[in-house]
Ligand binder design. Sequence first.
Ligand code: FAD
Length: 821
Amino acid sequence: MEAKKIVIIGGVAGGASAAARARRLSEEAEILLLERGPSVSFANCGLPYHIGGEIADRSRLLVTTPESLRARFRIGVRTRSAVTAIDPAKKEVEIKDLESGEVYRETYDALILSPGAEPVRPPIPGINSPNVLTLRNMEDMDRIIQALDGKQHATVIGGGYIGLEMAEALRRRKIATALIELAPQVMNPADPEMVSILHQELTLNGVDLRLGTSVTGFSDSAKGLKLSLSSGETLETGIAVLAIGVKPETSLAKAAGLALGPRGGIKVNDRMQTSDPAIYAVGDAVEVTDFITRQPALIPLAGPANRQGRIAADNIFGRDTRYQDTQGTAICKVFNLAVGMTGLSEKAAKRAGISFEKVYIHPTSHASYYPGAAPLSIKMLFDPQSGKVLGAQAVGSDGVDKRIDVFAVAIRAGMTVFDLENLELSYAPPFGSAKDPVNFAGFVAANALRGDVRLCHAEDVINPAAQQKLLDVRTPGEVSVGTIPGSMNIPADELRGRLGELSKEKEYFVFCRVGHRGYLACRTLTQNGFKCRNLTGGYITYQRTIGMAAHEMPEAHHPENDFGDQDFQPTAKDTLLKRVKTIDACGLQCPGPILHLKQAIDDIQVGEAVCVTATDPGFVADAPAWCNTTGHELASLEPAEKGSYRATIIKRSPAVCGNVQQSGKRAMTNVVFSNDFDKAMAAFIIANGAAAAGYEVTLFFTFWGLNILRKAGPVTARKNLIEKMFGFMMPKGPDRLTLSKMNMAGMGLAMIKGIMRHKNVMSLPALIGQAKLSGVHLVVCTMSMDLMGIKSEELIDGIEEGGVAMYIDRLSRSSAGLFIS
Ligand code: FAD
């Protein structure tokens, strides 16, 4: 083979892989690896774990040293050597020795660019403060560790995987930690209902999670930094770690005239060749093709970078090896949980206009009777015609990696859900189930495609139409912890004997805890001539979709020794308790832990306590809900050993419990009389806030208030002339409202909407959607409709009609009521 000189820019994931592969392919080649930093081939993925202390020995992060690359591979390694320019015509690079300052040139026959991606630093006032740090390499890591010295509080900005890993690392160092994320969810590539449980996990582990919030400014303060937030608040912190994303390092490529792709990365072909045939580029700096959508994408992950490095070297030495696109297989540890994904998410499918169906399953990581079984939640997307698997996401404390990897292979191999049914996967009770969760996802999806059952989703049950009815087939014990508003309960085992209670005119949205009993019930109903659909993923998916996560729990439910104590010693209140019963409900799924809790509470005296340990993450939401409905007191709720959760509940007297049971959930009933934009905003902000705080909220729309709920487009409704004229003069829906003051022919309104966008305040239509998702009752006054000539067809879906009696009834059950006029 002809001797070649290969120059590689960047000596970590892609660069070091390319260099080692090049040597394996050619003993004659001259290989020169140029790295700006002091180390090559370090484990950037391990950096957060050294900060957190799991990887105690810093040197373990240095996977290879320049010396060992020289000795084993005869690679010329020059660290602290920054390439400052490329001259494609002369096939030369310009290098600056960062130690001596010397600038010199090297020629190449083939050049490989692997410069990676740099952290995004938006132009926020004060962002250049030395206390605002980023994490990309060993030096950044050392700087963060040094800056944390003596600090009591730190803030992570950005809830992607680096941000999440940093938040955990900081809590492991017993530092009070805030995590600020602009989106309403962490881990943005995943779908929101799959990560709402991570919000709970973060909060339980003492992270002050602020979603839907951005930082608008940094200023130095006595404690280190003061952050101004989009919420209008300020936050005193020691340091801030900026982890809001990365952007490809393309400056060298751009200056050399290499083509960039539409997403801003270096454009390459499937041989990793740039627009200059002698120059290859790999890793985070390049644009790839998304395996599913076939769209250009930036997917900065270590696996693709390493494989691309190999492929570039292969092609330089005449091997026809092709990169086969990126499907975005990723996993992240968040305290006791892991979240993993591969292929298409629902969000991405919608963005790309790809049609899909989805199923959710909530099995256990291994046979539920073998100790240590942990709940696992899986969402799978597939093509509704062919059944081809398009994407999967999983979250749980055990077994996420194994399932995501099987899905990743299935997607790569172009398998369908029917193939998943037939996969033969390893099984013994400590490791899995005879029907593995991946097989199960296949069964559920294939059942739907074969027409054995029709599916419905949380989005459907939140907004049922008039002829649709919700049927909860769980046991009364399960229902006592919570159900979907408006549903009727017939336990699955009683269904055949109670079919007379159902109507063949209606369509039933059937649900159980995870979807299995719902499926059985649907089979019974269908064969008896009823119309029905099964809620895939059942009540658990519904809860996760509406975001019933514990980060919204009242303060009292958090460990009281918050911040600075990762071990969560019992609280002072706990130690004073006479803890007569300890229950191990690990491995049990809902309602198991709650049923055990109830049994134990029945057996003890008032004032005594039960301490329950459970592995079901749903228990974190169920325990407070059960206490709320029964009146017993939740003394503490905290993460415990091996991914479990521990709740301490004090038995309260029948008098207290009786009051709670009588009054039920706290309620608020507000009248919305006005159709002014500002007043409508206030009405929905209050309603959403109250719903999040656990109130059952009713908004009663009367007179002008009705206009807020009108559909924007043309609606055919039978009206007389006066009604038509009246309807024409009044605003149609939230986008047509005006300000009550300073509207200035719409200028004031436009200004307010601009400010709202800038400050990330939800729009009025989004607030209305959120209110519906949170179960806020939107009731329209039928008398006002009649007076103003507004017909039901003109109003948005999912609202109730009622009169003054309904209003008075709701008000009499409420502890608060406002008149918004
Ligand atoms: P890098 O590995 O970043 O290497 C680029 C190198 O090029 C840098 O060392 C840089 O100094 C050098 N360089 C740049 N310009 C020049 C120049 N002009 N001259 C000389 N040298 C130059 N991915 C995962 O898949 N899983 C994970 O768990 C994971 N965790 C991560 C955690 C952290 C904290 C970080 C920062 C990244 C993580 N990643 C993870 C991403 C993964 O590390 C990257 O996708 C991968 O390293 C990209 O490889 P690369 O070769 O393109 O760039």
